[in-house]
Unconditional design. Structure first.
Length: 326
């Protein structure tokens, strides 16, 4: 019996199955191909929506925050941008070893599907693409550096978020566009695998102490500690809180889309009692929305002043180098 009822919840990695874009050990060629297709589709969508919102990539200065593999940065670098920069706390594309090799393998697959037989190294050398290990809450760019900033699946992890939002507002020029694809925490998989225990939406229903007690009873103390520590690395915000925080910034919200997940809706029908035992502030809609997609325009308070958009001072030396094998 657990503290919120007694139903057993078949915890499984197959919850809301989708193609992973993070290459794993033992991936087949088909896995790489499917992940590359997903990467290409996602990148194409962001760029075409950017154009629809009136942006132009010709000569643009672009930043991805929390770029992970960096593959989206490579793809944007194929457009005639003035520069594109990817920042993250870690850059697996440049790591020696197995994880780096897998990331470069996916990058190669993506470039091949774009009919670019070039090695990643050649694309990096021939295009105005830069990467830097940099914390989104403390960016080393001058004010108003970028025409376009985007993040995908990173806002859940960037802490403290308020500081990052302030930094993002600072480095984007007035009138510049921002896109965030946010994975909200209280959705069934928003807690990542680390938060999935044998209670549906345990992370949205149990207090930290209850969660830890349940995980300890069912899986032992070491696993419970690992799970609880994992959850602490995620921004535990509701949809309402996301809207409030982003709305408080100097942005015009051009579009705010919350994506419903039909799998989560079905699961909620099977476990209707989940709705009756939610943590304070969490609403049923938080359980079934797997993404927020938001387009913002930085408000232009200086409409009548001369703009001083200087070049992004991330020079060649700040990009890490690929390992020799790359
Ligand atoms: C789930 S991954 C998403 C990566 C990539 N955007 C994608 O779509 O595959 C989240 C990324 O955010 C990065 N991240 C977390 N905190 C950060 C911070 N303070 N500054 C920069 N990046 C951060 C993580 O290192 C990780 O690579």
């Amino acid at each position: 019996m657990h503290p919120k009822g007694g139903e057993r919840f078949p915890r499984t990695g197959a919850l809301c199955p989708r193609v992973s874009v993070r290459p794993k050990l033992g991936w087949s060629d088909e896995d790489y191909s499917a992940a590359a297709d997903r990467k290409l589709g996602g990148s194409h969508k962001i760029c075409s929506e950017f154009l629809q919102w009136g942006g132009t990539l010709d000569g643009a200065q672009v930043l991805e925050v929390g770029c992970g593999s960096g593959i989206d940065v490579l793809l944007v670098g194929l457009y005639p941008v003035r520069s594109v920069v990817g920042i993250d706390l870690e850059l697996p594309l440049f790591e020696p070893g197995e994880r780096g090799e897998r990331t470069r393998g996916l990058a190669r697959e993506v470039l091949e599907k774009r009919q670019l037989r070039d090695h990643v190294r050649e694309v990096l050398e021939s295009r105005p693409i830069r990467f830097a290990i940099m914390d989104a809450t403390l960016m080393g760019f001058p004010d108003d550096s970028f025409d376009f900033l985007w993040s995908r699946a990173a806002m859940l992890e960037i802490m403290p978020l308020e500081k990052a939002l302030t930094e993002m507002a600072r480095v984007v020029r007035p009138g510049g566009l921002i896109y965030h694809n946010i994975h909200p925490y209280f959705w069934i998989r928003g807690c990542y695998k680390t938060g999935l225990v044998d209670i549906p939406w345990a992370h949205a229903r149990l207090s930290p102490a209850e969660f830890r007690r349940f995980a300890t009873e069912s899986e032992g103390e070491a696993t419970a500690i690992r799970r609880c520590q994992g959850l602490k690395t995620l921004n535990q915000f509701t949809l309402r809180q996301w809207r409030k925080m982003i709305g408080a910034g100097p942005f015009e919200i051009l579009e705010w889309k919350e994506d419903r997940c039909s799998f989560a809706e079905r699961l909620l029908e099977e476990h209707p009692d989940a709705k009756d035992s939610l943590l304070e502030g969490v609403e049923p809609r938080d359980l079934i929305h797997g993404g927020i997609k938001v387009w913002l325009r930085k408000k232009d308070h200086r409409a009548n002043e001369d703009e001083d958009v200087s070049s992004v001072p991330v020079d060649d030396r700040s990009s890490p180098k690929l390992p020799v094998k790359g």
